[in-house]
Design a protein around this ligand. Structure first.
Ligand SMILES: [Zn+2]
Length: 106
């Protein structure tokens, strides 16, 4: 499902999200719940003193940045979160751990 999101990201934004991953952008997870069709994940992308709220779930993506809000596009932050999540799952599986959910705190 995250790979399907990435497949819909335009090439330039995909590259900027990947560059962010390489540059050490942080994804602070607030919520990660595995659902039948994939994952519902939300949190903050942080770098260079900037912070954007991103949410990805089956059938919808959101980011608080100008690019996503005004152009209604899949921005580099959404691409970055999808990549960071995939990298996290791969690392967990590689270490023989089950990726853990993060339940929203109330
Ligand atoms: Zn964005």
């Amino acid at each position: 499902m995250l790979r399907k999101v990435l497949a819909k990201v335009e090439e330039g934004r995909f590259a900027r999200g990947l560059a962010g991953l390489q540059a050490g952008w942080q994804f602070e997870v607030k919520h990660r719940v595995f659902v039948k069709r994939g994952v519902e994940v939300a949190g903050y992308v942080k770098y260079n003193g900037k912070q954007y709220g991103v949410q990805i779930e089956p059938g919808s993506c959101f980011c608080s940045c100008e690019d996503a809000m005004s152009r209604k596009t899949l921005c580099k932050h959404i691409a970055f979160v999808a990549m960071a999540e995939l990298a996290f799952y791969a690392a967990e599986r590689s270490a023989h751990r089950q990726p853990q959910e993060v339940r929203p705190t109330s």
